[in-house]
Design a protein around this ligand. Structure first.
Ligand SMILES: Nc1ncnc2c1ncn2[C@@H]1O[C@H](COP(=O)(O)OP(=O)(O)OP(=O)(O)O)[C@@H](O)[C@H]1O
Ligand SMILES: [Mg+2]
Length: 276
């Protein structure tokens, strides 16, 4: 199970002339967890659609494992790279949750036992086991999103792309997503997630790709990216609370988690006295 994703100087222009991606180069090894962040319209969704062959580059090349996406059909590519659409209504087409989730694994040609097992696993992991017979259209947006996530993870693809899974999620939904990411990590899956939730990024992703104005402007660790003023300015991103506070107070760069901030302050001050 080794599916590397490579974007080699890739550009994409929509048929109406809108250029959405310019000269993207990216190399995502198998098993990595990557967050793609950036303002609305930066080109994030276009970039991930190039990775699973829903779109083919207008310049440059995209490689998925041994394949060049231009030589493969969307159907072939979708077996290796699962994509959860930004809008669940672009994806759901069954009237029952169970049918929606079972469709992918059945299509993959798994045997009956694997279809049942993996469907149940995905439904449980997405917290929708009480809604198996429900019509997805009667469920709230955040739950519909989990239906689409379940139907993609049930396909057991090497690479899973989540386009804004955090949108509209409350604390419970975010915790569920966190738990799911841990499970996918255990299974060695590559997970690429687009999100606007910087705390979520900090908590769960080892690598961050920042997009602005159709391009990749940064690629690295959260502890570096969220302390680089020029990148924050260009991308108009608001770093997580601890990084904002750290920058305001002039604390050492790299602090991201509340626990790190607390540990740092405790080390500096004992019983209210500054340690020299
Ligand atoms: N089907 C399309 N035809 C023409 N232009 C498009 C199409 N889809 C997206 N675009 C344009 O391409 C650019 C990048 O869009 P894209 O959806 O990739 O951005 P995004 O970073 O995912 O934004 P968001 O955070 O709003 O989802 C935008 O200017 C958008 O209007
Ligand atoms: Mg998008």
């Amino acid at each position: 199970m080794m599916t590397k994703i490579i974007l080699d100087d890739v550009s994409f222009t929509y048929p109406d002339g809108t250029t959405a991606n310019e000269n993207l180069s990216l190399d995502i090894p198998s098993g990595q967890r990557v967050a793609i962040i950036g303002q609305n319209g930066a080109g994030k969704t276009t970039a991930v659609k190039l990775m699973n062959g829903l779109l083919k580059p207008t310049a440059g090349e995209v490689h998925v494992g041994e394949w060049n996406t231009k030589d493969k059909t969307t159907a072939q590519l979708s077996r290796k790279v699962g994509y959860v659409f930004q809008n669940p209504d672009d994806q759901i087409f069954h009237n029952e949750v169970i049918d929606e989730v079972r469709f992918g694994p059945r299509n993959m040609g798994f045997d009956d036992e694997k279809i049942e097992d993996i469907t149940n696993w995905a439904i449980d992991l997405c917290g929708i086991s009480d809604y198996r017979e429900e019509n997805p259209y009667n469920m709230p947006y955040s739950m519909r999103k989990f239906v689409t996530i379940a139907s993609v993870i049930a396909m057991d693809c090497d690479v899973i792309i989540l386009d804004e899974p955090t949108a509209g999620q409350d604390k419970i939904g975010l915790a569920l997503l966190g738990k799911m990411l841990k499970e996918l990590e255990k299974l060695g899956k590559t997970v690429i997630t687009i999100t606007h939730d910087m705390e979520f990024v900090t908590e769960h992703f080892e690598r961050i790709v920042v997009m602005a104005n159709r391009r990749i402007i940064a690629d690295g660790k959260a502890s570096d990216i969220f302390y680089q003023e020029d990148i924050l300015q260009e991308s108009m991103l608001k770093p997580p609370a601890v990084a904002q506070m750290g920058a305001l107070l002039g604390l050492p760069k790299g602090l991201l988690h509340k626990s790190e901030l607390v540990a740092y302050l405790k080390e500096q001050y004992v019983n209210g006295e500054k340690v020299q």
